[in-house]
Design a protein around this ligand. Sequence first.
Ligand code: OGA
Ligand code: MN
Length: 338
Amino acid sequence: MGSYTEEPQFKTITVKEVHPTFAAEIEGVDWKNLSEEQFNEIFAALAKYGVVMFRNTGLDDASHVEFSRRIGDLDTMRRYMTNGRTPRYEFYELFDAGNIDDQGGVLDPNSPRAHYGKGNQLFHVDSSFNPRRASYSLLRAVELPPLGNGGNTDFADSRTAWDDLDPEFQNELLKQDYVVNHSIAQSRKQGSPEFFKDLDPTNGGQMSRHKLIQKHEASGRMNIYIAAHSHSIEGLPKEQSDALLKKLLDHVTQSKYVYSSEWRNVSDMVIWDNRCTLHRANGGAYEGKFRRDLRRTTVHDTSPTAWGLNKVITNTEEWVVNHNATAAAGNTQVSVKA
Ligand code: OGA
Ligand code: MN
């Protein structure tokens, strides 16, 4: 997707703002026969709002994947299909963000797989730990817990959070031009410290390197690219690095920058831009009780900073599956959520 720095005009869709600074719900999409014009309007809305929710899309696995392919190259599950693992879905492009166990029941919150997923409840961006980061994620509801049992997806507006920083602090960050190391092990450890007590993100695992402060190409606005996967800032002593990452994550995820999006119907779908927003699974009473089946496609970024400072490895099957074989046995598809 290109850039949309001008104020968008919407002719084929209705865009309803749901938060003072970002996020919208879009109505009027013809999912069965989506015109080029409508497609472009959706992505103009995404450039501006960062997160867009569509109700009752009627999409199924095949049409979800088909629509996603129209956006760009998709990440796939292929590299995780080692050691006899079999894909959960017909489409390798679908990532499981739900809580269904291998027998079709509700995942036990104390199971190893649940622990692997706990980092998902911390604010993050998808795939910052991969050599090539993700641009858009498209998450669709297949089965939802009864309303009132939690399970929202929360989003944070990291562009406005940047805008609101003290200009002196902004200048300092721009001058330092920090590079952050991202690791899936970092968010796992934060998400379930006891379970992952022996997991050390610095112990041979892959770190992916991305600039902390970046221009979001699609909107021309500046963004703080930070996530629960952010392990360390290069060149800073650990204490300083930890403190600055915490300060910025705390800043970005203040409630005034957060929108909590409620899932209401099967086939609701939300698209977010990982390059200008963070998100998390909110959790809730449904955990351990009700099935929540959400499936995600993930689009490879094509912006100038897609690869950050990482070595370009275009065959994603060669990407390292980080810390896949750590303490917990029974990990099936869980390494791939965030
Ligand atoms: C994801 C994710 C959050 C949720 O699919 O990338 O973080 O609410 N999901 O399930
Ligand atoms: Mn995620």
